[in-house]
Design a binder for this molecule. Sequence first.
Ligand code: IPD
Ligand code: CA
Ligand code: CA
Length: 284
Amino acid sequence: MSERFDSSAVGGKSFTAVAINCAAKAGEWIKTKLGNHTSLSTKYSAQDLVTEVDKGAETMIRNLVGTHFPHHSFLGEEGVEPGPEASTKALQSVRDAEYLWIVDPVDGTTNFVHGFPFFSVSIALAYKGEVIVGVVYDPMRDELFVAEKGKGAYVRGRRMAVSGEQTLRESLLATGFPADPNYALPLNMKGLQALVPRVRNIRSGGSAALHLAYVAAGRLTGFWEMGLNAWDLAAGVLLIKESGGTVTDVKGSPYDLGVRHIAVSNGHIHDEFLQVLQQAEAGS
Ligand code: IPD
Ligand code: CA
Ligand code: CA
């Protein structure tokens, strides 16, 4: 883990140290449960899965955060009713909180259920609506991606920087296949169809938070996906901003906690990327 990362205190207590501790503890526990989960159910759609491990990891993180910061607000995926309307409403009810922890306890539940070793814990802290700490932890590779606003982003103690590709033609992108079959999935497919012939290749690893971390680390040139939630995005977005990348919605508007249709990149390809999505009507 990132021993060399300076998790200095923000506002008197080290928010970053608590975020790292929560992600590491939850991640280690999730790893022990790989292949051992006992309950599996669906939420909003047949593709939207949840296990007792998602719920247990969220409880663990909520309790740890609450011990350190009892007056902070908390938005975790498993504490919210499933579906896009319910998650928009849940965010509205807390987004003006002074300090808000935003948590996806297992990002990549489908992978976790199948034993496909690509999933993560995503933890962000927002201050008055702006993300100031972002941590994404991949327990299978023991990779901890950490960012603090204004202080850079790190993996394994090394400062991250986005990649240098200048055009779509030389880009490696990633996307996901959203669990919402009515709105988000068809739009994502339009984008996929338009982009595949224009880029080097496209990956879909199954964890939006890890894809964002990989853009920050320069392992992917860009990522887009329709219909994500604040808990998928908040931590990874800070990683990318602090690594010199560009983060907007698919129409080019700046990121805020309510953005669901995300497009991120190393910055160099951003205009070309958005142009192809817009031409394909993949963003509305
Ligand atoms: C999902 C993953 C996946 C993305 C889906 C998300 P979950 O999160 O990030 O990569 O394509 O849209 O819902 O349900 O595993 O936390
Ligand atoms: Ca997620
Ligand atoms: Ca999740």
